[in-house]
Design a protein. Structure first.
Ligand code: SAM
Length: 507
């Protein structure tokens, strides 16, 4: 069993053997088309197995630890050495039958890290204390984490330890907590597997093991699912509705140092006709933080429940029970997303955006631009804004579609979309497109607005107001920069100066 002896040198040597053989995100993708364990997908793993040669150390390791296929003992011994095989057997990470070794652990790869976790096999119920691998949610949180140099970091609900280990790259001290002791054992095992410092691990419920401690960065991918169950620790919090997400957001704000960031994955219920931002806005109001509210997707109860219970053995009964639960709580719609907080004294701003997809690349720089721009906007009057010289930030592209009419193309739709970072789109009308083409960083917005020919029915005042509105939105979301400005290296700008609060909601 995984226990305190996970930091044994043989664990690090196992990691060395995996790396030496070339077990990495890129090689998994090349060999089997994914960098995540395929154990839950028998057809996918069968297709992948057909591509793997016998006798190749990398392919043996992929078969065992990505596809979950038993391998001949001599092949695994050849790949990692006899002492390591014996040690994996002792830790119950592999077992054996005659000359065959059966893997009981899966290993994912992300960036430069190898992450061991519990295998999930289709048709087999998961254990209550199952420790998850690198599915979309952990990767999304990793991408949405602000990677500033920090002294103390908290990874709440650490699971495999992926977020804690990524934080070691830019932080002095990492504290990883989980209610599940097996998760903390995996975290220590994975630190040793990657030859990294072992994070401080603390077992307990949410923020209880932390008393009044404060952190420069908090990351949390908690069991945010709106669920009537409490069996699966990684999914079910046992708290009613979206109470778990609300609690983590509000408590995280309390545990941040001034200037510290928190990135939290959340799920929340809202009324059918209610703006998706409304519940999140009520959670972050008055917590002493600037807040960026990101929505990934909104679901109806049937779609949402099916997504989370698709591996349950009694699917139909479980679906009925989950839908009855939502009905009882009056939940008609729910969304998933992330809340990014930065603790800051003074009047705080709140901003929201719809994400087109979950980010796959590091969005840290983009998040810093958003926080920097929103803070500048919160203390700038419209008059001052009109004096700024804006220009496009290079991290986006414009999309235009047109239709042929009378021998020329008429623009049907045009929008800006980020390249990398947080995937956001902003639609541009004809006025917006004309304004954007003139934002060259040389002339003030006031000058440019005065040179624009007003479209029918617009006064000069309307043009200036529309220009301020559009530029505010584009600057706040990182599509524009102000000439001569650079993001503060810590992403914190003059925190004492607050002229007025400006909150802009984009959907
Ligand atoms: C969705 S998993 C996320 C794991 C990991 N952070 C990641 O990104 O892959 C949620 C984790 O929260 C832990 N957890 C569940 N309830 C908790 C609680 N009340 N207090 C602390 N951790 C909890 C689970 O054991 C699980 O490891």
């Amino acid at each position: 069993m995984l226990g305190s002896d996970v930091s044994h040198p043989l664990v690090s040597q196992f990691g060395d053997a995996l790396r030496r053989a070339g077990y990495s995100e890129a090689s998994l993708r090349q060999a089997v088309g994914t960098s995540s364990s395929l154990m839950h997908d028998p057809r996918g793993s069968e297709v992948a197995r057909q591509r793997l040669a016998a006798g190749n150390a990398l392919h043996t390791l992929i078969k065992a630890f990505c596809l979950g296929i038993p391998v001949p003992r001599n092949e695994l011994t050849h790949a990692v050495g006899a002492a390591t095989v014996d040690y994996l057997v002792r830790l119950a990470l592999v077992t054996w039958e005659q000359d065959t070794l059966i893997p009981l652990v899966a290993i994912d790869a992300a960036q430069d890290l190898l992450i061991a976790h519990d295998p999930a096999r289709r048709g087999e119920p998961l254990m209550g204390d199952h420790v998850i691998g690198l599915g979309p949610a952990p990767r999304t949180l990793a991408a949405l984490t602000v990677r500033l140099k920090a002294r103390r970091v908290l990874d709440l609900g650490t699971g495999s330890g992926i977020q804690a280990l990524l934080a070691l790259n830019h932080c002095d001290e990492v504290v990883a907590t989980d209610i599940n002791p097996r998760a903390l054992a995996y975290t220590r095992f994975n630190a040793a597997l990657n030859r990294l410092a072992i994070p401080m691990t603390r077992q307990g419920n949410l923020f209880e093991p932390l008393a009044e401690e404060a952190f420069d960065l908090i990351v949390a991918n908690p069991p945010y699912v709106l669920s009537p169950d409490s069996r699966l620790r990684f999914r079910d919090s046992g708290m009613a509705g979206d109470e778990l997400s609300r609690t983590v957001v509000r408590e995280a704000a309390r545990h941040l140092t001034d200037g510290g960031f928190a990135s939290i994955l959340v799920s929340w219920a809202h009324g059918e006709g209610e703006a998706w931002q409304a519940p999140l806005a009520s959670w972050v109001r008055g917590v002493g933080c600037d807040a960026l509210l990101l929505r990934f997707r909104t679901y109806d109860p049937v779609t949402y429940a099916s997504l989370w219970i698709k591996e349950e053995p009694e699917f139909a009964e479980t679906l009925d029970r989950w839908l009855g639960y939502y009905d009882g709580l009056g939940i008609r719609a729910m969304s998933s997303g992330a809340v990014i907080l930065r603790r800051r004294s003074g009047v705080n701003w709140m901003r929201s955006a719809q994400m087109l997809s979950t980010p796959i690349q590091d969005a840290s720089q983009h998040l810093l631009r958003i926080f920097d721009a929103s803070s500048r906007l919160s203390r700038m009057t419209d008059i001052e804004l009109l004096e700024q010289r804006f220009r496009p930030h290079p991290s986006h592209r414009i999309h235009r579609t047109g239709i042929s009419r009378g021998g020329s193309y008429v623009v049907e739709e045009q929008y800006l979309e980020t390249i990398g970072g947080v995937p956001i789109r902003v639609s541009l009308g004809e006025f917006g497109a004309r304004l954007l083409e003139r934002l060259d960083g040389n002339r003030s917005l006031r000058t440019l607005a005065s040179q624009l020919t007003p479209t029918r029915g617009m006064t000069a005042g309307d043009v200036a107001r529309s220009a301020v509105q559009l530029v505010t939105q584009l600057f706040a979301l990182g599509f524009l920069e102000i000439d001569g400005s650079a993001v503060d290296p810590r992403g914190i700008v003059d925190i004492d100066v607050d002229r007025r609060e400006r909150s802009l909601v984009t959907s």
